[in-house]
Design a protein around this ligand. Structure first.
Ligand code: Q9C
Ligand code: ZN
Length: 344
């Protein structure tokens, strides 16, 4: 069985982001997931689950994945903020910084960039997206072979104690952490950007002394050249207690070039011998993406899904980025066709 958990979150529409000194219209738009939803609805409406039927992600799970203090801060934004969006200007950077008391200072303390605005509706949207990924994870535990959490805002840049890169709660990490209570979990991040938040969460949890039954692998644009600029280099591979793997790539990556790297990553995952696989799925690797520079084609996402499903694991795809709104529905449909072929 295969189900799609869809959260369009109409109320979450940050109007702008501050990019290289300019206010530009925000790339993470409602139309992204609305267009994916339309395509999936035309294809197979009966496999879609909507927020009213999601299992709410428990506060306890959120506080195992993220720093409890960060979760409380996010929840407090519902009362602290108005409809007006805030953007951090002064960032908590490096270690040893004291928690400010002033509200804009506090927002910066929990932020990594000027791309991730908040208002009084942001937290609710992030909770619904996280609940979509959580519900999709539960559906695998209940016996589904595959699921696709079609949610926004995305999650993989949100770390143990930070928002960033359009992300507030790490939907992928919430799903992977949940599944890791039942078995070993491989994480494959195929968004264009390095999944720094996901890596950070499991690395921090391991450092706190909890063994982590997860193995994250990310394929992405070289972080020396592209966001998040801080992690995702090839020589960053974890430690004896917690391993992960990075495959940074140059610009203009084609379907064939990408697939060669994907097959290596899938072999690494097969060697780990997991029970579940969680895929951070970005369509910002698509050739037409306005903020990225890979050259993947719509038909490749079908092949990508088939290669992934060939691992024969219980597999959850979680929507991350992808900003070319004209093609995003076709790209998602191509992926879903590959997933369904892989069910056989
Ligand atoms: N306006 C995800 O794909 N840089 N986040 C934006 C161009 C930030 C991407 C600059 C990119 C964040 C989930
Ligand atoms: Zn991305």
């Amino acid at each position: 069985m295969f189900k799609e958990f869809v959260a369009v979150n109409l109320s979450h529409q940050p109007p702008y982001e501050l990019w290289e000194g300019r206010l530009i219209s925000h790339a993470e738009q409602v139309a992204r997931v609305a267009n994916i939803h339309d395509a999936l609805k035309r294809h197979n409406p009966e496999s879609i689950v909507y927020p009213e039927d999601f299992q709410q992600v428990p506060l306890e799970v959120l506080k195992q994945v993220h720093l409890p203090e960060y979760v409380d801060y996010l929840l407090s934004l519902r009362e602290k903020c108005s409809e007006d969006y805030w953007l951090a200007s002064s960032f908590g950077y490096g270690g040893g910084i004291r928690r400010p008391t002033e509200e804009h200072g506090l927002l910066g303390y929990y932020s990594m960039d000027s791309y991730t605005p908040v208002n009084n509706k942001t937290t609710e949207a992030a909770l619904i997206a996280a609940s979509g990924a959580y519900s999709a994870a539960l559906s695998l535990e209940a016996g589904n072979r595959a699921a696709y959490a079609v949610v926004r805002p995305p999650g993989h840049h949100s770390g143990k104690r930070n928002m960033g890169g359009y992300c507030y709660l790490n939907n992928t990490a919430i799903a992977a952490h949940t599944l890791s209570q039942q078995g070993r979990v491989g994480i494959l991040d195929v968004d264009y950007h390095h999944g720094n938040g996901t890596f950070d969460i499991f690395e921090q949890n391991q450092k706190q002394g909890e063994a982590q039954a997860v193995y994250p692998i990310s394929i992405h644009a070289d972080p020396g050249r592209k966001f998040p600029y801080r992690s995702g280099y090839e020589d960053q591979a974890g430690n004896d207690h917690f391993k992960y793997k990075n495959y940074p790539l140059g610009e203009g990556v084609t379907d064939e070039e990408y697939n060669r790297v994907l097959l290596k990553a899938l072999q690494d995952l097969a060697d780990y011998n997991p029970d579940f696989l969680v895929v951070s799925m970005g369509f910002d690797t698509y050739g037409g993406d306005p903020i990225a520079d890979f050259a993947l084609t719509t038909s490749y996402y079908r092949q990508m899904a088939k290669e992934i499903m060939d691992l024969k694991l219980k597999t959850l795809f979680v929507q991350e980025g992808g900003y070319e709104i004209e093609a995003i529905g076709d790209n998602a449909l191509s992926l879903v066709k590959g997933i369904k072929e892989g069910l056989k």
